[in-house]
Design a protein around this ligand. Sequence first.
Ligand code: ATR
Length: 292
Amino acid sequence: MSARSDQPITGQTRIVGVIGDPVRHSLSPVIHNAAFAAMGLDWVSLAFPVIASAAADAMTAMRTLEIGGLSVTMPHKATIIPALDHLAPSAQALGVANCVQNIDGVLTGHNTDGDGFVASVRRDLGLDLEGEVITILGAGGAARSVVDAVGRAGAAEILIVNRTESKAVELCQLAEQARPGAADDISRSRLVVNTTSVGMAGSTDGGPGADVPSDPELFAQGQAVVDIIYAPIETAWLAAARARGLQTLNGVSMLVHQAAIALEIWTGMPPDIDAMMAAAEQELKARSGEHQ
Ligand code: ATR
């Protein structure tokens, strides 16, 4: 069943999509197409497999084929940068883009991941991050986007806790409020965010505590806890926070909100977040059923 079942694809249909390798399991087309259906827009989103060495070729193709927008995932977020004409401040600050806008052949790179995170926390937890103490677990690519955005959102303190401390130190350059944190900082934070891959489906390497990025005993009352992982929909770590009565949010919301910002950049219109969220959750549920 297609979201476009009552709207035929014609010569007028505008094309956007996602590039990556692998990309066939990307949720982006599902989320984008649900938004187009809800908005009544004659647009379609497709997945384009693009091998690592072909990022610049894909940008040329985008101009040639007049593809209006592309989401960008691994392994192209950094390598497309030299092939773009302009960078929005978010992409400039991070040196990576997850979204390309094509206006008459002029390509602009954006990074909507961090702002998507902040928007998801605001909408789904009702939490404004200004003046708050935040602990971020992890110091990889996802953490970089989150640190940059929560810094701009006015967090009072950003504590970065990572297995490899040198990477946490390096990330502190992205926000003046950031510094390397310790496990103790978790308990005094208003918001705790997991950006590591610990708990992701298929990532467990065994051993005690191997499936949680921090000891659940360190959670404190009144906290909000976000895991940006969306497969599984609820990690063991997030379930432990919820069992303690804490406010929790999984990674579907960030995924949908970063896509919503991209869609608004491409179409100029705010998309229907509820429709996007429902489509993402339905697809993830269908996929988890497949694996049982
Ligand atoms: P992404 O782009 O999704 O952020 P990444 O850049 O590979 O992915 O970063 C993965 C993060 O998960 C890193 O912070 C990594 O810690 P290190 O910097 O020490 O490698 C963290 N991570 C991955 N596996 C981990 C594990 N088993 N225990 C603790 N942290 C882990």
